[in-house]
Structure formats: C-alpha cells, structure tokens
Write a protein that binds this ligand. Structure first.
Ligand SMILES: Nc1ncnc2c1ncn2[C@@H]1O[C@H](COP(=O)(O)OP(=O)(O)OP(=O)(O)O)[C@@H](O)[C@H]1O
Length: 775
C-alpha cells in the first residue's frame, strides 16, 4: 500500500469546489488519482463519476490500476472520444439525425479528402500546381488541418492564419468547406466530429445538459494541460452546479500546440472553474537532485507557467547525472556510449535517444546497424523509407553503370524516379511512356531522341526534362568519383533543395526533407568512398533496416527490445534509465522556421519540449550539441536551452544535496527555492565575504561612487551573462577574479560614462563568478 506524501494526501482529501492539481513529471499523479477516486467513492456512487483520460492506452492502464488497487466498483473511465460517442448514442442524436459514425479511423475521411483534392487539381491549369495538390503529403496536410479546425472550433480561415502552412496552400480552406459539405451529404461523423457534435449538442440542448448535470457528480481529467478548445467547451457544458471537476496536469509538459492545446487552459483554471482550489505534487520519484535542478532552471525561463511551481526530487531517489557534450561527432559518440553500456551488461531497452524531428533518426539507424546495436522505433524506419536515401542509391546505380544491367522495366521506373525528384513538370501521363522509351535505348542516344520528341510534341514544355537527362548522362560517367561529389552535383544541378522549399507544405516538412538530404551527405563525407562502396553500404543497411522494421511491426510492446529511438513528443509519459538528447544546437533547437526567417513554433513550447526530454531520465541524461573539432573561444554552438539548464551549477550543487551539513550559497532563485522546499535553508552558508585587497578604491566599503563586489551582486545579470559566468567559474581562480574585480572597480571610478556601461557589466559578471568560486 502506497504511503502518500503530504501533498498527495492533501489533494486526495480535497472536499468541495473544483480543484486543479499541478503535478510535475514522475510525481505520482496516477497513483494519486487512484487514491482520490478510492476516497471519493465513499461519498459518490461510481456511476456518477466520469474519469477522462487522453488516449486508449492510458485509459486501459488506469482501469487496470483501479482494479489492482482493490476498487471493485465499475468507475466509468473514458477517453474524450469514447465518452462523446456514448453521448451521441445514448441521447438518440445519431438515430434522430440519421448520421452514422465512422469507425475506420482515418481511412474514409482520407478517401474523401483524396476525392476533393483530385477535383481541385483538375481545375488547375498549371501542371506544377496540379502535382502539388494531388501530392500524398497534401492529403495528410488537409487531414490534419481539418482536425485542427475542429479542435479549435474556429472558422478555417482563422485556423489557417494561426498555423505555419505556406500561403501556396490557401486552397485547403476551400477544400475544408467542400469536405464538410460532402461529409454532411453522406451523413457521416468522423473521429474529430464526435467531440464537436457533442459540444454543439450540449450547448444547444438544455434537457440533455440537465441530464448530465443530474447524473454526473464528479469529473476527473488527467493530463489537463493537453486539452484543446473543443474539450474545454465539452467540460464546461458537463459541469452542473453540483458537479465537481478535479483536474491533474503539468503545464510545463504542454507540447501539443499542433493539436490545439495551450497552456492557458490550465493557467486560467482557477478563474474559469471558480470556486477552485489549487494543489501541487512537486516531489518526483523519477529523478534526482542534479537533474531536477537543471530541468527547473531551464523551465523557469518560461512565462506561461505557474511561476512558483518547482519539482524537487524525493529524498528516497538517488541522483540523476546530467552531462553536456559539445562534439563534432554526436551520433558516433552516442552510438559508442550505448554500445559500451550494453557491453557492460546494461539492458538496451533502458536507453532512449530522443530527437526533436524524425529526420534526425536517420543517422542513428545507420550507426546502430553498423555497430549491431539493437534499436526500436515506434514508426516505420526513416532510413528504409527515405526518398533522399533512395535517390542516393539510384544515383549510385547510374554512376557505377549498374543501371545498364537492369531489366528495361526497372530502368524505366528508375528514370521516372529521377525525373520526378525534383519533378521536371512533364505531366505523368506523358512522362511514364517517355521513360519507357528512354529505358529502351542507350543513354548516349537520350538527348538526340528527346530533341526529336520535342519537335514532335511542341505543346509540351521539356526544358527541365532535357536539362535533367543531360545531368544524368554526365553523372553516369562518374563511377570512379567520390559518392559525395555525385550526390552534391545532382542536388545542386537539379535544383532539388529549391524544389523542396517550393513544394513542401509546412516549414517542418521542408526542414525534415533538407535534414535527410544533409544526413546522407554527412555519411558520404565521413565515408569518403567512391560510388561503388557507397552503393554497397546504403543498399545493405537500408535492406537491414527495412527487415528489422518489418519484424518490429509484428512484435507486441512487451516483445520489443532494443534502444528506443524516438522523438521527444512520442516519449512523453515514458521514462528511461539513460536518455541521450542529441542536436541541441543553436540553429536547431528551438526550432527556427528558416523559410520565414522567424521562429515558427513558439520558444516557450520548444522549451517545454526540451523540459519533457530532460525529465524522462532516471539515472543519466546526456545532452549533445555540435562543436567543431577546434572550437573557437568566442561563440558556442549550443542551444540557448543548454545554457538555460545551468548544467554546471546543477552538477555542482546536486550531489551536495545528498549530504548533510552546509550548502553553498547561491543567488539563483531556483536554487533558493529548491533549498527552501527541501527545508534546508538553515544549512545555507552565508554569502562569501571577499576582501578585495587591491590598492586604491577596490575595497567594498570605500568606493567613491559606490561600486563594490556586493553592489555588483545585487544588480540584475546582463543578457547572456550566464555562459560567461559559467566559463569563468571553470577557468578562473578566486585570486584572479578578486584582482579582476578590484581592477574593474578602479577603472570604473575614473572612466568616461560611455565606457562605464561595459565595465559595469564586466564587474557584475566577475562578481557573480567569484561568488561561486571558493578560495
Ligand atoms: N507516495 C509515493 N511514495 C513512493 N513512491 C511513489 C509515491 N507515489 C508514486 N510513487 C511512485 O512514483 C512512480 C511514478 O508514479 P506514477 O506512475 O503514479 O506517476 P505519474 O506522475 O503518473 O508519472 P508521469 O509523469 O509519467 O505521468 C511510480 O513508480 C510510483 O509507484
């Protein structure tokens, strides 16, 4: 039986009014929710309760947990969708309206979307636009747009404006309207409609609303930070004057902006659901002090959060180390570290590589396959399905002359593949037979043939195609060249990158595609091999990854083993002994939308993502960024999140928190609050009094204009001072800093006003560094 912490007990014992429980990562919120329901069952019959979970897996786990805790009553546990479906059925709404529910999750709405886009493409004159509209990615884009419009319950135009979709895709607004018209004609509710229709029904029908108010006395919502507008409106309707809402969540883990969730729902809880109380679960059972300190420093930079909330480690939990490594070979370092861990007896499935974007997994797959490190991914292999890797293989087939040995049909397919990536804008119905013809002749005859073909087909614009064929002819003689050279030449001369920039719908997709291209180039560069060797390498490993991916598809979760290679998004709710967090580079994280030159996803959302990544670790978290082999002293390539996490400070203070006795004084509000929450304020040393013994005005008490060490400590830190301070702590002695402080104070007292500003910053930085360096 769990011995609840004081905070857990307080929430479990909550009596009247609504309540929000702010629960940090790994603080036992599921355990607490079970305790809460057990307690509430004394007053409220199970059938008058409603527990809302975010997805089916969590719901099943929770139901299981209720049973194993010994709760015999049948408490209704639902996902938002399953609840809505029940509501639409039980109220007779489906029967009366004649609408049917579509259960084929994603298949029927997809075919409707395809029909609409095909028709839209048919209206276009430009072949280029037609291709873009019919592209499978546009189908996915429209599907997620429809989902987003329904999550926000806003007009599609407004949702389009809020999203990062390129204006070339404005047509999806009309496509949305057509989708809705057709859907209504067919009288069908797709998955996203269940929620929207339930909200509308409750908002417009007093009797139904009244029924729920009468029969539902307690609503419990897990992961409250993830709710979107539709879910929020549903809750609002369900709550009657006597219904109690108890919600649990962590606003610092709100990372589903792309699904319509926003921190504001949780931050405004007290006003929106007044009268409401707020509770906290702030002791984590997952990670130790060092990681808790670091993660807290990072997330403290967000404004959209509960500013006084801080997750601290429970005293029973041992420390979690956190390390940062700047290296030119992140992937190699990680693969080696994982290989060593497994060789030392570690379990591969205890390790996770958490990336920001799927394209970043490509290099890891190659590294793991070549080192025979077992790995698993929750999605099909990126390596085996990458269009960019396939391009490389195709180019190598051409350059090595293996193209000539292929059967004609395969040659034709290969040519079609080249001519559509990037697309040469000859309509596919002409392009396919043309490829058949080209495949049937010597490559040396291509250009002569196409010249004649052009004369006979004056209506076709063949410039791009001719240029591409010319490029292919040139490349096929390059078998002895370095693979990278051939690959880069194709990439440059065909204008592939430009085409990707023009045709991908969202900034993320552009980024992913370019990153996959770059990843292939990175491998080719480090291999430094000719086309034959590169072909063997990529053919072998893509086949291997496809086989392994197929095997994984047949495995259940329990059977799955190997290092977890996944995104931070997918890892939410999970925990691992070792967590590697690669590519925390300045230009990669927070993710910058390079197409518009601005930051696309908001920095706070990105920071929450970084926070979720860090807080998955139990024993060890390792953060990596790219650093050239010979780093320059000046700028770091590390993400601002690396600096904000104050890893040096966390590593210095974290282990000390496991010992009794004095704790170093530190000005960081996070550290002060951490000490306070641990009840260790009395152990904190008083700030180091330093005697500045230089000549002249260096003394604390007799500075003619008041500049002193203490004065400097009381000033706000200059922008970006953290990294300079950290560097000083690492590299300077106390003696050096003392004399630097004296020197700057002396200079300050005699300098001009313009120079003063610079000197004051220098003084503040040196004093802050000095306060953390002991004699
Ligand atoms: N009062 C407690 N004392 C000791 N261990 C506890 C306590 N409460 C929870 N735990 C343990 O902490 C771990 C995390 O608990 P739980 O799964 O309930 O957390 P959670 O907050 O739901 O996690 P997540 O952040 O993944 O959502 C579990 O191993 C659980 O047994």
């Amino acid at each position: 039986m769990t011995r609840y912490t004081l905070e857990q007990t307080a929430f479990i014992n909550h009596q009247s009014g609504n309540a929000l429980c702010i629960a940090g990562a790994g603080t036992g919120k599921t355990t607490t929710l079970v305790g809460l329901i057990e307690k509430k069952l004394v007053q409220i019959p199970a059938e008058e309760m409603l527990v809302m979970m975010f997805n089916r897996d969590i719901r099943t786990d929770f139901q299981q947990k209720l049973v194993t805790t010994g709760i015999e009553q049948n408490v209704p546990v639902h996902t938002f969708h399953s609840f809505c479906l029940k509501l639409l059925n039980q109220t007779g709404f489906l029967r009366e309206t004649g609408f049917r529910v579509d259960y084929q999750s994603g298949e029927s709405d997809k075919s409707l979307v395809k029909t609409i886009l095909r028709a839209a493409a048919g209206q276009e004159k430009s072949y280029q636009r037609q291709q873009m509209i019919k592209d499978p990615k546009t189908i996915e884009l429209l599907l997620s747009f429809i989902g987003l419009v329904k999550a926000y319950m806003l007009p599609p135009r407004e949702v389009f404006r809020m999203s990062e979709i390129s204006r070339d895709y404005l047509f999806i607004i009309d496509a949305y309207e057509q989708f809705e018209t057709l859907r209504k004609q067919q009288r069908v509710f797709f998955f996203d409609d269940w929620l929207v229709e339930s909200v509308k029904l409750l908002e417009g029908n007093d009797a139904i609303r009244e029924h729920y108010h009468q029969h539902c006395k307690l609503v419990v919502v897990d992961e409250f930070q993830d709710i979107n507008t539709a879910q929020y409106r549903l809750l609002k309707q369900l709550l009657g004057p006597e219904t109690q809402l108890l919600a649990v969540g962590d606003v610092d883990q709100c990372i589903y902006k792309w699904r319509g969730s926003a921190p504001q729902f949780m931050l405004d809880f007290e006003q929106d659901f007044a009268p409401a109380s707020t509770y906290t679960l702030s002791r984590t059972f997952r990670f130790g002090h060092s990681l808790a300190l670091s993660a807290s420093h990072l997330i403290a930079n967000n404004k959209q959060r509960f500013s006084d909330f801080l997750t601290i480690s429970d005293e029973a939990i041992s420390d979690t180390s956190i390390e940062v490594l700047g290296t030119s070979r992140q992937v190699g370092e990680i693969a080696q570290s994982v290989q060593n861990y497994i060789a030392d007896g570690g379990e591969s499935s205890d390790v996770a590589i958490l990336v920001r974007r799927w394209s970043q997994t490509l290099l890891f797959e190659l590294a793991f396959l070549s080192k025979q490190v077992p790995y698993q991914m929750p999605v099909p292999s990126v390596l085996a399905n990458s269009r960019e890797v396939r391009l490389l293989i195709e180019l190598m087939l051409l350059a090595t002359g293996r193209y000539g040995e292929l059967p004609q049909q395969q040659k034709s397919l290969l040519l079609f593949s080249f001519l559509s990536f990037p697309h040469c804008y000859v309509p596919n119905k002409e392009l396919r037979p043309l490829c058949d013809q080209l495949a049937g002749m010597e490559t040396t005859n291509w250009l002569v043939f196409i010249g004649r073909y052009e004369k006979a087909n004056t209506s076709l614009k063949l410039d791009n195609l001719i240029e591409r064929l010319d490029l292919l002819v040139r490349l096929q003689r390059k078998g002895s060249f370095k693979a990278l050279e051939v690959y880069n030449q194709y990439r440059n001369d065909s204008g592939l990158d430009n085409w990707i920039w023009k045709t991908e719908a969202t900034a993320t997709e552009i980024e992913e595609a370019i990153e996959r291209l770059d990843s292939v180039a990175t491998v080719l560069e480090s291999m430094d091999q000719n086309c034959e060797k590169a072909l063997q390498y990529f053919e072998y490993y893509t086949q291997q990854s496809a086989q392994k991916s197929a095997q994984r598809t047949g495995e259940t979760n329990n059977q799955a083993s190997g290092v977890q290679l996944t995104t931070i998004f997918r890892a939410k709710g999970c925990e691992y002994n070792h967590v590697h967090l690669p590519f925390w580079d300045k230009d990669a994280f927070p993710y910058m939308n390079k197409s518009s030159g601005s930051i696309a996803a908001d920095v706070e959302e990105e920071r929450r993502l970084a926070y979720v990544g860090l807080t998955r670790a139990k024993d060890r978290a390792m953060v990596y960024f790219t650093e050239p082999d010979k780093p320059t002293a000046k700028a770091t390539n590390a993400s601002t999140f690396v600096l904000e996490a104050k890893v040096d400070l966390a590593r210095e203070l974290g282990p000390k928190l496991y010992q009794s006795g004095e704790l170093p004084h530190h000005r960081s509000p996070v550290v002060c609050e951490y000490y306070r929450k641990l009840g260790r304020e009395a152990d904190v040393q008083s700030p180091i009094e330093i005697m500045i013994d230089a000549q002249g005005a260096g003394n604390d008490s007799d500075t003619s204009q008041g500049y002193s060490y203490q004065w400097a400590l009381a000033q706000p830190l200059p922008v970006n001072a953290d990294k300079v301070i950290s560097a000083m702590i690492r590299t300077k002695t106390a003696k050096y800093l003392d004399s630097e402080i004296s020197r700057v104070i002396r200079e300050l007292n005699t300098s001009s006003e313009t120079k003063k500003k610079v000197l004051i910053n220098r003084l503040i930085v040196a004093a802050n560094a000095r306060s953390r360096v002991r004699r």
